[in-house]
Design a protein around this ligand. Structure first.
Ligand SMILES: NC(=O)C1=CN([C@@H]2O[C@H](COP(=O)(O)OP(=O)(O)OC[C@H]3O[C@@H](n4cnc5c(N)ncnc54)[C@H](OP(=O)(O)O)[C@@H]3O)[C@@H](O)[C@H]2O)C=CC1
Ligand SMILES: CC(=O)N[C@@H](CCC(=O)OP(=O)(O)O)C(=O)O
Length: 345
């Protein structure tokens, strides 16, 4: 099995290299770039010195189709929708880390991403790769739309509740925060050190592109879902996402019941860990790992539920989940290449 990584010079691409390097089955892969053909990947990433000296190759779809069995698209949204249909037609499997194949309805993509959507017939072939909730479809998939980072934390955080408890479907509020690597490696004023350091900022208020993705995902478990309230904040840290989620149950519940519900819901999942009653996860507890850690509580005084879900945006939110999906597609141990514990402190 041979893989190709397009967009290998980006943060998610570099994470894919890190995981493939420790993967027991996929040793053979190529790296591709639109801007640095011929340069060794370790020139972009000195931490890869003496680990890999692969030269960056051009993005030649025909050659990649001949050489590779699976392509990872780690490119900005808007690139994969043009390249992926050709790979799929040539029988090459694709895992797309961008937003291009996440929506069944192309109009939703065009409204929120403000660019033309992928062809409808290819969109229909894509499987939304939130592994824990779509494992059976992932097994058969030829094209995976790897979920966005915020949707991964939010949908995993809310699904046990929406599937099992009567929630006021208009009450859901998601207050989400991300480290700066979520914006990718390309330089921009907003992620300049001086603008991020010792600062805390809300961004894309009411217009984040992950709003429709979260609604689409949650509607599969709660068809009557009302529009969600979702906002995002940039935190002065490198990696990590925390989604703090509030909602109101229509029936009385308790902390104990909720923790048990979450533990049962995810008991067979290798990458979802539920905190004990009264304990809540922090982003550093999943740093560099494919875990999604969740804490849940019920406030007897207000009658509101709070869920806290954390992931590493570059791992469970991007490259790690892509490898997890690859493992499921190959029918091998789902944790292959992803076994390492989080990096701490
Ligand atoms: N960062 C994160 O936490 C997450 C990112 N994602 C998604 O994953 C994808 C990659 O993100 P990330 O790694 O952060 O992004 P980066 O900006 O770090 O890297 C993207 C890479 O794409 C390549 N690229 C840029 N323009 C083009 C083009 N026109 N044609 C082909 N390749 C191009 C560039 O490499 P080169 O110049 O060498 O071609 C660049 O290194 C994005 O779609 C992002 O939204 C999803 C979840 C989380
Ligand atoms: C901190 C930061 O800027 N994060 C990015 C995450 C982008 C992303 O992952 O984009 P797609 O999932 O749509 O491909 C953002 O909030 O837009």
């Amino acid at each position: 099995m041979k893989a190709a990584i397009i967009g290998a010079t980006g943060y998610s691409g570099a994470e894919l290299i890190r995981f493939l390097h420790q993967h027991p089955y996929i040793k053979d892969y190529t790296v591709h770039s639109s801007s640095q053909v011929g340069v060794e990947i370790s020139e972009s990433y000195p931490q890869l010195n003496q680990i890999t000296s692969l030269p960056l190759q051009e993005i030649n779809s025909l050659k990649i189709s001949e050489d590779a069995d699976i392509v990872f698209m780690a490119t900005p949204s808007g690139i994969s929708k043009d390249l992926t249909p050709g790979f799929v037609e040539n029988g090459v499997k694709v895992i797309d880390l961008s937003g291009d194949f996440r929506f069944k309805n192309p109009e939703v993509y065009e409204t929120w991403y403000k660019q033309k959507a992928a062809p409808k017939e290819v969109l229909q072939k894509a499987v939304y790769g939130l592994t824990e909730l779509n494992r059976e479809q992932v097994k058969e998939a030829k094209l995976i739309a790897n979920p966005g980072c915020y949707p991964t934390a939010t949908i995993l955080g809310l699904s046990p509740l929406l599937k099992n408890i009567n929630i006021d479907s208009g009450s859901i509020v998601i207050d989400a925060k991300s480290g700066a690597s979520g914006a990718g490696r390309k330089a921009s004023l907003g992620i300049n050190f001086c603008e991020v350091n010792e600062n805390f900022r809300i961004y894309k208020v009411n217009e984040h592109q992950h709003i429709p993705e979260i609604e689409q995902g949650l509607k599969t478990v709660c068809p009557q879902l009302q529009p969600i309230k979702f906002n995002t904040h940039l935190v002065p840290m490198t990696r990590g996402i925390m989604a703090t989620i509030y909602c109101k149950p229509l029936e009385k519940t308790s902390q104990k019941l909720l923790v048990e519900l979450y533990q049962q819901f995810y008991e067979k999942e290798p990458f979802v860990r539920i905190r004990k009653q009264g304990e809540y996860p922090a982003t550093k507890e999943v740093y560099g790992s494919n875990f999604c850690d969740i804490g849940v509580t019920y406030d007897e005084r207000t009658g509101w539920i709070t869920v806290v879900a954390v992931i590493d945006n570059l791992v469970k939110g991007a490259a790690g989940q892509a490898i997890q999906n690859l493992n499921v597609m190959l029918g091998i141990d789902e944790a292959s290449g992803l076994n390492g514990p989080p990096l701490f402190p």
